[in-house]
Every structure is written in structure tokens, then in C-alpha cells.
Design a protein around this ligand. Structure first.
Ligand SMILES: *[C@@H]1O[C@H](CO)[C@@H](O)[C@H](O)[C@H]1NC(C)=O
Ligand SMILES: *[C@@H]1O[C@H](CO)[C@@H](O)[C@H](O)[C@H]1NC(C)=O
Length: 358
């Protein structure tokens, strides 16, 4: 993990200069915190959604899914246990059969055809496309967190959203100016990060960060909107160990997804609209970026995540946890439940969804 500390100290120095003391402190804590940060490679692109549209094949829009290969249109909580049903996972930690999924990004060309934006593997990690997953304990280095229980699931964001109003906090885009992306270059949703998709060409691609609430009601593993059983701290932030509201007193680790979109292959001015708008659309037909969302379905082997959190595991290699090589995790795959083209130039988005901007 030497690269991590190197990247971190460089990031920290740059950040302190750029952002001044208060941001610098945040960056320092972010940089020094022990946090699990690992690669979950592509499992499948599929139009099923066991949380929002259980049992429905096809569901409305396409997702990219990573994690355990037992992902299915219906995954009834407790009854359907991914850690028992899966035979492999695309994550570095081989006992993590959870599923993590997000919308996909497409490039909309002037001739109204669409091409999927490839994803990059994050700095220091290896694998194939997918998502960088973080489980972050409080920065103070001592406050305990409770691992998600069996059957737990939750959602951040709203696929229908096309405006800033109603945005859940901590769901942002970062426009990298060059390919030397620094994953720790400032906490997510700070600096020039935007809730909507950047309107300019990004020389190093676009990063989406999706950060989940960190307080739990301690009782329900799910709720009708998949959100109400969790909450953000009532004041301050998770990072500053802000208190959980009395309705949601149990402190969870902070789960975060980072998706690195390689938009650079489309950075050709002649392909871009001339009216100043941006050509990327999420798979819901969202031309704004406000509709990006993240879904989580817990599936770690019994007790393993709690042990890892207690041991303050960091990075993608921790002696408390079993790991697997990228050659093994990328061999884990699943065929589409809804067979349809998602690659190449498509005449319409999967599900024939129109692109909307409001
Ligand atoms: C997967 O989901 C489909 C659609 O709801 C269902 O028919 C099937 O039984 C599920 N598979 C398993 C193994 O539960
Ligand atoms: C649409 O535009 C893209 C990008 O310029 C091009 O590669 C593709 O061949 C075009 N498709 C059609 C059907 O013209």
C-alpha cells in the first residue's frame, strides 16, 4: 500500500495549498483515515433491479452491477442470501458477495446514436471497469461502527430527478483535467465538483462519487423507499463524527462508490453539441446527471465485515480478510437476464428511453 501513502501525502500537500486550512484539515483526515478501498470489476450490464422493481424483467433502465454473481431480479431479503447463493464475486475481497450497482453513462452523438462510456479502474487497483468501493470508519480512528446486518439494502439518489432540487447530499461529479487523477484530491463534493454532469470536456474523464447515509434505525434492514431506515448525521458530518439523530442511533461505516468514466474517447469538439450543452446521458435517459443513483445489497459472509471494520482494515489488502487476484475476480461473470445490446453504436438507449433534460 505504499502507493497509497505516497498518493495521499502528495494529494494532501496539494489540497492544503489549494483549499486553505479548513479544507486542508478535512483532506488530512480523509488521507490518514484507515479505509477499505477496493476494486469490484464489471459483473454484468443488465436491465433488472431487485430493489426498485423486484421480479420485473426487464426493469425500466440499465445498470452496471458489480459483486456477487447471485445478482437476480428477485432477491428477497434474508431468504435470498448472496453470500450463500453466489459462487464468485468480482470484488478484491473474496468474501464480499454484496451487490453494488449504478446507472450507466452513454455518449449521445449528434446523429442521435448512443455509445456506452467505458469505465476506468482507479489508481492503484486492477481489474476490469466496475466500481471502486469504500467502507470508511470515522476519521477519529477510534469511534466504532456497526457493520450492515444480513439482508440489509439501501439506495442513494433518485433516478427520476432532473433538477438540483431534491438532490440527496453527497452525490457528485468531478471533472478531471488530465489523466493523472488523484483519488484523494480533496474530499468528494468539494471544490469544483458538481451535482450535475460537467458541461465541459474533461481531459481526464469524469468521476461519480456516491456516498451513503451513515446512521441506521437499528431495526429495519429495508424501508419502502429504501432510504428511510437510514439517515445522515443530524449535525456536523460523518467525517467529524457528527451525532446520529435519535431516530437512527446506530452508526454505520460510510459506504461510498467511485465510478471513473473514461469520457476522453469522446473529447472531439466536432462530436459535441454547439449550443454549450453536454452530450453524456445516464441510462435512465437523464441528460442532466441529477438522476445518478447507487444501490446496495449487503452480502458479506457472516461476521466478516464487522471484523474488518474492528481491525481498521485499509486499502484492498488486509490480513483480517481474504483477497483474490484481479485474474480471478474478473473471471467471475454472469450472463444478462435481459438479453439486449448495450455496446457499440445504439440507435436508442436500452429500454427505448427518451433523453430528458428537465
Ligand atoms: C430470479 O428472479 C426471477 C424473476 O423474478 C425468478 O423467477 C427466479 O426464481 C429468481 N432466481 C432465483 C434463483 O431465485
Ligand atoms: C453516428 O455518429 C457516430 C459518431 O460520429 C458515428 O461513429 C456513427 O457511425 C454514426 N452512426 C450513423 C448511423 O450514422
Amino acid at each position: 500500500m505504499q502507493w497509497t501513502s505516497l498518493a495521499l501525502s502528495l494529494a494532501l500537500a496539494a489540497q492544503e495549498v489549494a483549499a486553505g486550512p479548513s479544507h486542508g484539515l478535512m483532506a488530512r483526515q480523509f488521507a490518514q483515515a484507515a479505509m477499505m478501498r477496493f476494486q469490484c470489476s464489471q459483473l454484468v450490464f443488465d436491465r433488472i433491479d431487485p430493489l426498485v422493481q423486484p421480479g420485473q424483467t426487464p426493469s425500466t433502465h440499465l445498470h452496471q452491477i458489480v459483486g456477487g454473481n447471485s445478482f437476480n431480479a428477485s432477491m428477497t431479503a434474508l431468504e435470498y442470501d448472496p453470500s450463500l447463493k453466489s459462487t464468485c464475486t468480482t470484488c478484491d475481497y473474496s468474501e464480499d458477495f454484496s451487490n453494488y450497482w449504478t446507472a450507466n453513462l452513454y455518449f449521445k452523438a449528434k446523429n442521435n446514436t448512443f455509445k456506452r462510456v467505458p469505465q476506468m479502474v482507479n489508481l492503484g487497483l486492477s481489474g476490469k471497469e466496475g466500481v471502486t468501493v469504500y467502507y470508511i470508519p470515522p476519521y477519529d480512528g477510534k469511534t466504532k461502527v456497526t457493520a450492515f446486518p444480513k439482508g440489509f439494502r439501501m439506495i442513494v439518489g433518485d433516478a427520476m430527478l432532473r433538477t438540483k432540487t431534491g438532490q440527496q447530499k453527497q452525490l457528485c461529479h468531478r471533472c478531471f483535467s488530465n489523466m493523472k487523477q488523484d483519488p484523494f484530491g480533496g474530499a468528494p463534493c468539494t471544490g469544483d465538483d458538481t451535482f450535475d454532469l460537467p458541461k465541459k470536456q474533461c481531459g481526464g474523464g469524469i468521476r461519480t462519487t456516491i456516498t451513503f447515509p451513515t446512521c441506521w434505525d437499528g431495526k429495519n434492514i429495508d424501508s419502502p423507499d429504501h432510504k428511510q431506515h437510514v439517515a445522515y448525521p443530524s449535525s456536523g458530518s460523518f467525517e467529524s463524527t457528527g451525532p446520529c439523530p435519535s431516530t437512527h442511533p446506530v452508526r454505520l461505516p460510510q459506504l461510498m462508490y467511485e465510478v471513473m468514466w473514461d469520457t476522453t474517447v469522446f473529447n472531439d469538439k466536432s462530436l459535441w453539441p454547439t449550443d454549450g450543452s453536454q452530450p453524456f446521458v445516464y441510462s435512465m435517459g437523464d441528460g442532466t446527471g441529477y438522476g445518478q443513483h447507487g444501490d446496495y445489497l449487503f452480502g458479506w459472509k457472516d461476521g466478516v465485515l464487522q471484523k474488518a471494520l474492528d481491525a481498521r482494515c485499509s486499502g484492498n489488502n488486509c490480513k483480517t480478510l481474504k483477497t483474490q487476484a484481479a485474474s480471478v475476480s474478473t473471471a467471475c461473470a454472469k450472463s444478462q437476464a435481459v438479453r439486449e445490446p448495450v455496446e457499440g453504436w445504439l440507435t436508442e438507449l436500452p429500454g427505448s428511453l427518451p433523453v430528458t433534460y428537465q
